[in-house]
Design a protein around this ligand. Structure first.
Ligand code: ZN
Length: 175
């Protein structure tokens, strides 16, 4: 797991600021992916992304509600931008605006859901604040259901995946 935390997050306000940034960014990217898939007539995958955008919106709204009356610290949004998977042939954000296949879109989404989940999991583990630990663990487990959802879709669409799947036995198929 790559280290997604520069320093421990020990206050709830700081955690909420990070979570808000992450969820808003993710919802935006899903809306782009949903539009792109719809344009290319991949209606079912478009609907999946619309649903994931909706979860991001719902999370952001929850976070905002929790933050009512609190002053959230300013944090740099750059850490929460979606990234491209590191494999050389991996789909990237710029590709979203051109032709992206269903499988590429799912791969990009999965990569970023895993990042989100791992970020929350790392906060849950490293924070010295109970309330932060609890909130982060909750978010991590929700993100984990999105990871599972995307993996199921990859299987359903018969995509070959770039992400390592540590749960599986070593493949005995030739590459
Ligand atoms: Zn998610």
């Amino acid at each position: 797991m790559t280290d997604l935390l520069k320093q421990n997050i020990d206050s709830l306000a700081e955690f909420l600021a990070h979570a808000l940034e992450l969820e808003v960014e993710s919802a935006e990217r899903y809306r782009e992916l949903a539009d792109n898939m719809r344009v290319h007539n991949n209606i079912d995958v478009s609907e999946l992304f619309a649903k994931l955008a909706h979860y991001g919106d719902a999370h952001a709204a929850e976070v905002e509600q929790r933050a009512t009356g609190m002053e959230l610290p300013y944090i740099s949004p750059w850490d929460f931008k979606w990234r491209c998977p590191e494999a050389p042939e991996a789909p990237c954000m710029e590709d979203v605006h051109y032709m992206m296949t269903k499988c590429q879109a799912l791969e990009l989404a999965l990569h970023n859901e895993i990042r989100g989940r791992d970020f929350y999991a790392q906060v849950a583990k490293s924070s010295g604040n109970r309330e932060v630990q609890r909130a982060a663990a909750e978010m991590a487990s929700e993100e984990d259901t999105h990871v599972t959802m995307l993996r199921e879709w990859q299987t359903r669409e018969a995509c070959s995946t770039l992400e390592p799947q540590p749960d599986l036995d070593p493949p005995n198929m030739p590459e």
